[in-house]
Write a protein that binds this ligand. Structure first.
Ligand SMILES: NC(=O)c1ccc[n+]([C@@H]2O[C@H](COP(=O)([O-])OP(=O)(O)OC[C@H]3O[C@@H](n4cnc5c(N)ncnc54)[C@H](OP(=O)(O)O)[C@@H]3O)[C@@H](O)[C@H]2O)c1
Length: 251
């Protein structure tokens, strides 16, 4: 049993790697920071292969797939991602293009390449890490990030339905956490003003939901409730509430 986890050098991805290793999975861990991945490897009891890749680069996504495609991978977790905080007219264009390439393009490329193989074998799990941000109608002050996570969620839901219609054994689902205590804030230059879940809680919920084949997994009671009621609240009310919440994140 082999699982490939992107963004395994920190936060949710790192804890997913620990859980999967404890379940007996050999791992392929991907991120840019090699030393972090080495440190994690030294603490795990199953076989771990480390692949350093910058997933914002299309060629590195494709080389990653080429490197591992002949292994019998059972689980792909597209977790690598980051946020950019600030009003859209002020945020840096290049950082946002990196975000789009990492949060959207890499997930798109890896999902497509692995899904083809998984469909041929009629087995395998793909878990794409979206966010509660993806469930919202938009994200003032984090507009690009929210839009990227909506892409991941909607892409995943679309493919889920395609697989369902062909009675495939292949699973795809989206993990949609609310605030989680990781390096995410530091990277996005914001700070959370609301109660956060631990990355271990979110990782556990994500793996459990994936193995139960849930199409959309929302960790935590509060986020679960919000994900249900947002469908009944007008978009302008949600956008205004999101603005007020995001405004408090300024450092
Ligand atoms: N924290 C939250 O509140 C929250 C809520 C909802 C969803 N999420 C999502 O959860 C996922 C994991 O985030 P986290 O909260 O665990 O944040 P984190 O602690 O900052 O971890 C992000 C991971 O993504 C990797 N990564 C970023 N850019 C990369 C690139 N270009 N190439 C390869 N790897 C890259 C980082 O590794 P390197 O820097 O070593 O490359 C790191 O391992 C993200 O998709 C995030 O959007 C987070």
């Amino acid at each position: 049993m082999i699982a490939l986890v992107t963004g395994a050098s920190s936060g949710i991805g790192k804890d997913m790697a620990k859980i999967l290793s404890n379940m007996g999975y050999d791992l392929i861990l991907v991120a840019r920071r090699k030393e972090r991945l080495e440190e994690l490897k030294s603490k795990l009891n199953t076989n771990v292969e480390i692949i350093c890749a910058d997933l914002s680069k299309k060629e590195e996504c494709i080389s990653l797939y080429e490197l591992v495609k002949d292994k019998d991978i059972n689980i792909l977790i597209n977790n690598a991602g980051f946020g950019v905080y600030g009003p859209f007219h002020k945020t840096d264009l290049n950082t946002e293009l990196q975000l789009i390439k990492t949060n959207i393009c890499a997930v798109h490329i890896l999902t497509k390449l692995f899904l083809k193989d998984f469909r041929n074998k009629n087995k395998g799990y793909i878990l794409n890490v979206s966010s509660m941000a993806g469930i919202m109608p938009g994200g003032p002050l984090m507009a690009t990030y929210y839009a990227s996570k909506a892409y991941v969620l909607n892409l995943t839901r679309g493919i889920y339905q395609e697989l369902k219609h062909e009675n495939s054994n292949v699973y795809i689902g989206a993990l949609c956490p609310g605030p989680v205590n990781t390096e995410f804030n530091k990277v996005s230059h914001a700070h959370f003003n609301v109660k956060s879940l631990s990355s271990m809680e979110v990782a556990r919920c994500g793996i459990k939901g994936m193995l139960q084949r849930n199409p959309v997994i929302v960790p935590g009671k509060n986020s679960k409730l919000i994900s249900k009621i947002v469908k009944f609240i007008p978009n302008n009310v949600l956008l205004n509430a999101t603005f007020k919440l995001q405004e408090k994140k300024q450092i």
